[in-house]
Design a protein around this ligand. Structure first.
Ligand code: PGA
Length: 260
């Protein structure tokens, strides 16, 4: 894991957007894994800005979203279909046929999940996966106890996740209890991972994921086993990292390392 800490959320998002842009410039038909939630909003805004300046083309890009609530129609204001359309897809030029978001309304979840996994493989695998982290250490909706080799499946949300996400709904009872989510094993097969976290409420989860033991109790800790994972943080989210000084040292000295 490479930990990068920025003085502000805006700078953190700009740096993460550069990472996405670098992948697209090297491979215009890259496959991107998308995340929802409040965390990646700034990243999407920055990507839209670069696109509108005419410096980033998404016309050959394929996307796969991490997860979706079960039971919400795609037109529901809190569905991840709606979120992605509002905040990203309607502002860039990804062909609609290339966009994949898990279905929260299928009548056959098992078959849908198998199809979703197959589609990722058929598309050539995910080149860059964007990730947020839950206060319980989840990535996507892989709640504590999820197998670290899990695949796309229907998942029962933790109470803490329902509490966290209640802020987006009129009433807590309106938050769905189930979601369809890529598994930890699915995420680990992406070639490159970008994990974003901001704000002090993520500091414990980040410390556990980055510096704690690898455990299914904090599914983000599985990312320690990934060969190419960058963690983009603002200062408050980095507040509980014990090795902070070393991460700063690396950021200063890495650019001067001998080029292989
Ligand atoms: P948030 O959610 O970005 O809204 O904090 C992150 C997550 O639960 O993965």
């Amino acid at each position: 894991m490479e930990v990068m800490i920025y003085p502000s959320y805006e700078e953190q998002c700009r740096a993460a957007a550069r990472e996405v842009a670098d992948v697209l410039n090297a491979k215009p038909n890259a496959v991107l894994g998308m995340a929802t939630g409040s965390t990646p909003l700034g990243l999407y805004q920055e990507l839209v800005r670069i696109h509108k300046r005419g410096e980033l083309d998404f016309s050959h890009v394929t996307t796969f979203n991490l997860d979706e609530y079960v039971g919400l129609p795609i037109t529901h204001a809190q569905s991840y279909h709606h979120f992605m359309h509002e905040n990203f897809f309607s502002h860039v030029n990804i062909p609609p046929a290339n966009i994949h978001i898990p279905s929260g309304t299928t009548t056959n979840y098992r078959a849908f999940c198998e199809w979703y996994e197959r589609r990722i493989v058929e598309a050539g695998g995910i080149d860059l996966q964007v990730l947020g982290i839950g206060t319980d250490g989840h990535i996507a909706f892989n709640e504590p106890g999820s197998s670290l080799s899990s695949r796309t499946r229907l998942k029962t949300l933790a109470r803490s996740t329902i509490d966290d996400n209640a802020r987006f709904f009129d009433r807590r009872e309106d938050v769905p209890i189930y979601a369809i989510t890529m598994g930890v094993g699915t995420i680990m097969e992406a070639r490159h991972l970008v994990l974003l976290a901001n704000g002090a409420r993520k500091a414990d989860a980040i410390a556990a994921a980055v510096e704690g033991p690898v455990t299914a109790m904090i599914t983000a800790s599985a990312l320690q086993m990934h060969p190419s994972c960058r963690v983009f943080l603002d200062e408050p989210a980095a507040g509980k990292l014990k090795m902070r000084e070393y991460y700063d040292w690396i950021q200063v000295h890495k650019p001067g390392a001998p080029k292989v």
